[in-house]
Write a protein that binds this ligand. Structure first.
Ligand code: ZN
Length: 351
């Protein structure tokens, strides 16, 4: 079986202001690291170069008006969308290539050309909303992929696990009122970090009630909390939902060395989380699993974290890094409380 790495050099042409943390070097550093470790020549591993998506393939995740505005702004050289999210002349092309990578990624897995994959893209996507570029994101790649699985491939149970340190507000909004997507977000608490959403009482509406699950973590939370939340909430949710496909918003900014956030997971903790996610896909989804790069701003952590994900997806032995962190006791206690309130809130639904 095969693991795809979806990549295009156009992803590196999009750049924001000098010194911006969401920078092209994130991808080049990662590719160099994967090359140095011999992973790019591994059996069963293939780099797939996507084409640009068309606007109609992205609707209704984004409005056609928003997409044509984004195109126009890029063609005019770019500009600011928010204080920290700006386009250059290549942004529209890069974003459409990233959306194209998401589409070809799911298509190849559904057609059994590959077993699983990783979309190594920029710009990231999980903050982008229907008509809003936000939080370094322009087009919501993982939402485009989930919508394609539902509309083109007639799936009705897609599980999205978003472990970026920031809440995936755009992804949550896109599927807030449907039970065809189970969105599970593990992130730093919205009272302490951008975008200030993803509280545990945000659980979806209408048919979607109970199919959005937010697990906001106290600053400082690390491996013990992640492991507890997986065992107590995420694993049981998957058992109950039986996803046909697993999509992952992979952000490496929950690591304790990340400069933008205050969480405390280690590379070993991330490796365990990826193994547990991979196990869910093997148990319920015929191994169908597609990862998307979101954040992660410490280059060495980002590169090694992605290396570990690809080792996991390829079924290789995962390199263990010694970067152990200590979780303060108050964080473990807060996470324990979160497990209790979440179980109570979801009782009679998926838990
Ligand atoms: Zn993030």
């Amino acid at each position: 079986m095969q693991t795809d790495l979806l990549y295009h050099e156009g992803f590196q042409k999009h750049s924001m202001t000098p010194g911006h943390p969401e920078r092209p070097e994130r991808l080049q550093y990662t590719l160099d690291l994967l090359g140095n470790k011999g992973l790019l020549n591994q059996n069963g591993f293939e780099i797939v170069y996507p084409e640009q998506a068309g606007p109609e393939e992205i609707y209704p995740i984004h409005s056609l008006g928003y997409l044509s505005m984004l195109k126009e702004r890029s063609e005019l050289g770019g500009g600011y969308f928010t204080l920290d999210t700006m386009a250059n002349e290549h942004t529209y092309t890069a974003a459409m290539l990233a959306a194209g990578a998401s589409m070809v990624g799911v298509d190849r897995i559904i057609r059994k050309t590959s077993q699983n994959g990783f979309v190594l893209c920029r710009p990231p996507g999980h903050h982008a909303e229907f008509e809003r570029a936000f939080g370094f994101c322009f087009i919501n790649n993982i939402a485009v992929a989930a919508m394609r699985l539902i509309r083109k491939w007639n799936l009705s149970r897609v599980m999205i696990i978003d472990y970026d340190a920031h809440h995936g507000n755009g992804t949550q909004k896109a599927f807030y009122s449907t039970d065809k997507v189970l969105y599970v977000g593990l992130h730093q608490h919205g009272r302490t970090l951008f975008p200030g959403s993803g509280f545990s009482n945000e659980i979806g509406v209408g048919e979607g009630e109970g199919y959005t699950v937010n697990l906001p973590l106290a600053p400082g939370s690390g491996d013990p909390s992640y492991s507890m939340l997986f065992d107590e909430i995420i694993g049981p949710l998957a058992e109950s939902y039986e996803p046909e496909f697993v999509l992952v918003s992979a952000g490496f900014d929950a690591h304790h060395q990340d400069p933008l956030t205050n969480l405390g997971i280690t590379l070993a903790g991330l490796a365990l989380l990826n193994q547990q996610i991979h196990d869910i896909s093997k148990e319920f989804s015929q191994g169908r699993c597609l990862y998307f790069l979101e954040g992660g701003y410490e280059l060495d952590i980002l590169g090694n974290g992605i290396f570990n994900v690809l080792q996991e997806l390829l079924g290789l032995e995962v390199t263990v890094y010694e970067d152990r962190g200590q979780e303060p006791r108050r964080c473990t206690e807060e996470s324990l409380g979160l497990v209790k309130t979440t179980k109570k809130r979801l009782r009679g639904r998926l838990l």
